[in-house]
Design a protein around this ligand. Structure first.
Ligand SMILES: [Zn+2]
Length: 409
C-alpha cells in the first residue's frame, strides 16, 4: 500500500489543532500525516494531591513527560514511562508542545486517525545532537523519548529524528556515538514499553550525520531503528543522485535489507548545490522529479508512506498521488488522466477563507475500476469508515521501460 500525507497540519486547514489536521487530511483523501513535535519546553511543578497514585498518562490537562524523585542520598531519579505512579514530593515536568492537551486526548486522536485509516508518525524536534558535539546528546535523548511517549499514545508507527552534526569529530567516531545514543533511546523506549520505531532521517547536508549508508549501518546495528528516506535530502547530499526510476529502485533495494518491508519516506522538491540542500521547493520546481519514483513504484509492490515536506504540504501530497495514478494509467494503457485541478496552493499561512465543509452530496457511481484514486481529485468527504485502499497491481507489469519522458520546462 502507498500512503500520501503532509508533514504537519495542512496549510488549507481552517483549525490549527491536531484534530483539525487529522480530519482535514481525511477530507483531502490522504491517508498519512506526520505530527510535528517542534517545541519541547518543559515546565516544572510539584505533584499535587490529586496526582498521587496516578501515572503520567492519567494526569488531565497536561503532558507530563518526566517525574523527578529525590532519593535518600540526595540524588534525583527520573522516570519517563506510563507505569510509574506519582508519589508525594515528586517533581512533574510537563511539555508545552501545542500538540495536544494531555495523553487522553492523544489516545483519542490516535483512535480517530485509525478509524479514518490515517497512518500517523511523529517528528521529533529538529535540533538533535546524537554525536554530542555541542554537549546536547542527553537533551536529544530526552526529546526523542518524550516524542516516543506522545507517539505511543497516538499509536504512531514511528518517531522520526534527525541525528545531528559531525562537528570536528572523525566521521566514524561521530557515527559510533550516534549509534550509542540511539541505543540508549531504544533501551528507554523498551523499558517504557513504547511501541514506535525510531526513524533515523537522511540528512541533506554534508555536515550532518545521515547519508544513506550511515542510516543502513545504524539500522543494522541498532534494533528498533529504521531509515527514514528523505528523498530530497538524499538527492541533495549526493549531488543530484535520484534521476531515473532505477536510481530510486537502488535505494529501495539497499534499504530492503534493514526494514520489515515497510518504508517511510519524505518527498519534496529541493534546491541544492555542492552536495548540500539549500531549501525545499514545490515538487514541480527543482531537479528532483516525482515521476521517476512513481515509475519505480510500478516495478514491484512497495509498502510505502510518502510524507510531503514540500512548502506546499498537502497540495504536493495530492499532486504525488495524482502523478502516481497517471503513471499507472499510462502503464496499463488507460486514457491519460487529465491534469489535476488542485486547490490554490498558499505558500505561507493559509488564508482564513473557510473551505467548503460539506461538499455537494454527489453520489459516485460505484463502478469498480482498478484505479479508483485516479479520478478522485475533488475535495470530498469520504465515508466515515473506509476499507484500507489496496493498490492492486496490474497482472503483468511491463518490466522494461522506455526512457522516462523528458521533463517539460
Ligand atoms: Zn526531518
Amino acid at each position: 500500500m502507498i500512503r500520501f500525507g503532509p508533514s504537519g497540519i495542512p496549510l488549507s486547514c481552517k483549525g490549527r489543532t491536531l484534530r483539525d489536521g487529522i480530519e482535514d487530511v481525511h477530507n483531502l483523501g490522504l491517508t498519512a500525516m506526520e505530527v510535528q513535535l517542534v517545541r519541547v519546553n518543559l515546565n516544572e511543578r510539584f505533584a499535587a494531591d490529586e496526582d498521587i497514585g496516578h501515572t503520567i498518562r492519567e494526569v488531565p490537562g497536561e503532558l507530563v513527560v518526566k517525574i523527578g524523585r529525590s532519593t535518600d542520598d540526595d540524588q534525583t531519579t527520573f522516570f519517563s514511562d506510563f507505569t510509574t505512579t506519582i508519589e508525594r514530593g515528586d517533581d512533574l515536568y510537563h511539555l508545552a508542545s501545542g500538540v495536544a492537551s494531555d495523553y487522553l486526548e492523544l489516545v483519542e486522536l490516535g483512535k480517530i486517525a485509525r478509524e479514518l485509516d490515517i497512518e500517523l508518525t511523529l517528528h521529533a524536534p529538529y535540533y538533535m545532537d546524537f554525536a554530542d558535539v555541542d554537549g546536547l546528546a542527553q537533551k536529544s535523548i530526552d526529546s526523542a523519548v518524550w516524542g516516543g511517549l506522545l507517539a505511543d499514545s497516538l499509536q504512531a508507527r514511528l518517531v522520526v529524528t534527525h541525528l545531528g552534526r559531525y562537528g570536528d569529530l572523525d566521521r566514524t567516531l561521530a557515527l559510533e556515538r550516534v549509534k550509542g545514543n540511539l541505543e540508549i533511546v531504544r533501551d528507554r523506549f523498551k523499558a517504557a514499553k513504547l511501541s514506535p520505531w525510531i526513524g533515523a532521517e537522511a540528512s541533506g547536508l554534508q555536515e550532518v550525520v545521515g547519508g544513506l549508508d550511515e542510516l543502513l549501518w545504524l539500522a543494522k546495528h541498532v534494533r528498533g531503528v529504521v531509515p527514514v528516506l528523505n528523498f530530497a535530502h538524499l538527492h541533495a547530499r549526493e549531488g543530484g543522485l535520484l534521476r531515473r526510476p532505477e536510481d530510486f529502485q537502488a535505494v529501495f533495494d539497499k534499504v530492503s535489507k534493514v526494514t520489515d518491508g515497510h518504508y517511510h519516506a519524505h518527498f519534496s522538491g529541493v534546491e541544492h548545490e555542492g552536495g548540500n540542500e539549500i531549501r525545499y521547493t514545490p515538487i514541480k520546481k527543482g531537479d528532483l522529479r516525482f515521476e521517476p519514483l512513481a515509475e519505480c513504484l510500478l516495478m514491484g509492490p512497495v509498502d510505502l508512506t510518502l510524507i510531503s515536506s514540500s512548502p506546499l504540504l498537502e497540495h504536493d501530497a495530492m499532486y504525488m498521488r495524482v502523478i502516481l495514478d497517471r503513471v499507472v494509467a499510462k502503464k496499463i494503457g488507460k486514457p491519460e488522466v487529465p491534469e489535476p485541478v488542485l486547490p490554490p496552493a498558499p505558500l505561507m499561512k493559509p488564508p482564513a477563507k473557510p473551505a467548503p465543509k460539506k461538499p455537494p452530496a454527489v453520489k459516485p457511481t460505484k463502478k469498480p475500476t482498478a484505479w479508483p484514486a485516479a479520478k478522485k481529485q475533488k475535495i470530498k468527504k469520504a465515508p466515515k469508515k473506509r476499507p484500507a485502499r489496496k493498490r492492486t497491481k496490474p497482472k503483468s507489469r511491463p518490466k522494461a521501460k522506455k526512457k522516462p519522458a523528458r521533463r517539460r520546462r
